[in-house]
Design a protein around this ligand. Structure first.
Ligand code: GRF
Length: 286
C-alpha cells in the first residue's frame, strides 16, 4: 500500500511519512478545534449538533492540515492536494498537465528539489548521459522514467527526439547537463528549454565553465559576489535570455568548495519556483 502511495504521489519514503503525519496531526487538531468551537455554542447534543459539527470540521480540516504541513515541510503537497479536491467538488476539469523532462548528469540535487517541490507539472522523464550519475537513483526512487543517452546518439542522430515526443514532453529543464544542446533539439523546443548556471552570467560561462571550475575562476578573480543564473537555452553555451539571477556574498576565506555550497543553496531555493514561472509564461504564449 505504501509503495502504491509513493508511486501515485511521486514521493520518497521520508516525504510519505511526513505526509501521513500531517494527515494524522491535522485531523486531530481539526477534531479538537471543532469540539472547542461547538462548546462555545449552547446547542444540545443531538442531530443539529452533529450536522453543525460535520459542517464545521469540513471547513476546518483543510485549514488544519495546511497549518500542520508548514512545519513538516509539506505545504506544497497539501496546497495542490486540496486544490485537486476542490476542483473535483466544484466540477472544474483539471487542465492537461505540462510534461517536463529534466536533463541531468550529476548528483541530481537540483532534480531532487524540483521533484520534491510538488510541481504543478508532471516530471515525465529524466535524461542522463552518465550511467553512474546520482540523478538516476533519484529518478528510480521517485518512479520517474529515465533515458540514458550516448554521445553519438545525442549529436549525430535525432531518434531521441521521438522518445521525447513519445513521453509527450512540452518543456525541458537542464539541471547539471554538460553537453551542448544540439540545434535540432532547440528547434524542436524553441524557448522551452531552460538551464541553471552556477555563476552570474554573462561572466564565468561558456565552454568548459562547469562545476568547480566556475567557482575556482570566480575565487581567483577575487570577486566579492557570485550567484546563479537561470536562462533560456540557445545554440551558444550559457548564452540565452536570462530569466532569473540571485547573488551571494564571497567572504575572504571562501574556497571553491564553500562557494559551491552557497551556490547550491541558492539553486535549491530558487530553481523550482523559476521553472513554474517559465512554464506559466509558456502557457500564456500558447
Ligand atoms: C549545479 O550547480 C548547476 O548549476 C550546474 O550543475 C550543477 C548540478 O548539481 N549546471 P546537481 O547535480 O543538481 O547537484
Amino acid at each position: 500500500m505504501f509503495e502504491k502511495l509513493k508511486q501515485r504521489w511521486r514521493v520518497n519514503a521520508l516525504n510519505l511519512l511526513l505526509i501521513i503525519c500531517t494527515f494524522a496531526v491535522g485531523g486531530s487538531l481539526c477534531g479538537y478545534a471543532g469540539r472547542r468551537i461547538m462548546n462555545l455554542f449552547d446547542i444540545e447534543k443531538g442531530v443539529l449538533w452533529v450536522i453543525l459539527y460535520i459542517i464545521l470540521i469540513t471547513i476546518l480540516w483543510p485549514l488544519c492540515v495546511l497549518i500542520i504541513s508548514i512545519p513538516l515541510g509539506q505545504f506544497g503537497f497539501f496546497k495542490r492536494y486540496l486544490m485537486k479536491i476542490w476542483g473535483r467538488i466544484s466540477g472544474k476539469k483539471e487542465g492537461k498537465k505540462i510534461n517536463v523532462a529534466i536533463f541531468a548528469s550529476g548528483a541530481g540535487s537540483n532534480a531532487q528539489k524540483i521533484i520534491l517541490s510538488n510541481p504543478s507539472y508532471n516530471i515525465a522523464l529524466i535524461v542522463c548521459n552518465k550511467p553512474e550519475a546520482g540523478v538516476l537513483k533519484i529518478a528510480a526512487e521517485h518512479h520517474i522514467p529515465t533515458l540514458l543517452i550516448e554521445k553519438e546518439r545525442f549529436f549525430k542522430e535525432d531518434t531521441y527526439l521521438e522518445i521525447l515526443k513519445g513521453h509527450k514532453i512540452d518543456f525541458i529543464v537542464l539541471a547539471g547537463f554538460l553537453w551542448k544542446i544540439p540545434a535540432k533539439l532547440i528547434g524542436a523546443y524553441p524557448n522551452k528549454i531552460i538551464n541553471i548556471h552556477p555563476a552570474l552570467l554573462p561572466n564565468y560561462g561558456g565552454k568548459g565553465m562547469y562545476g568547480s571550475r566556475v567557482h575556482e575562476a570566480v575565487i581567483a578573480a577575487k570577486e566579492k559576489e557570485s550567484g546563479i543564473s537561470i536562462h533560456y537555452v540557445d545554440e551558444l553555451y550559457d548564452h540565452g535570455n536570462i530569466i532569473f539571477q540571485a547573488k551571494c556574498e564571497i567572504c575572504e576565506d571562501d574556497t571553491a568548495d564553500t562557494l559551491a555550497q552557497k551556490i547550491h543553496a541558492l539553486e535549491h531555493q530558487h530553481f523550482p519556483e523559476t521553472i513554474e514561472q517559465a512554464i506559466q509564461q509558456m502557457q500564456k504564449q500558447r
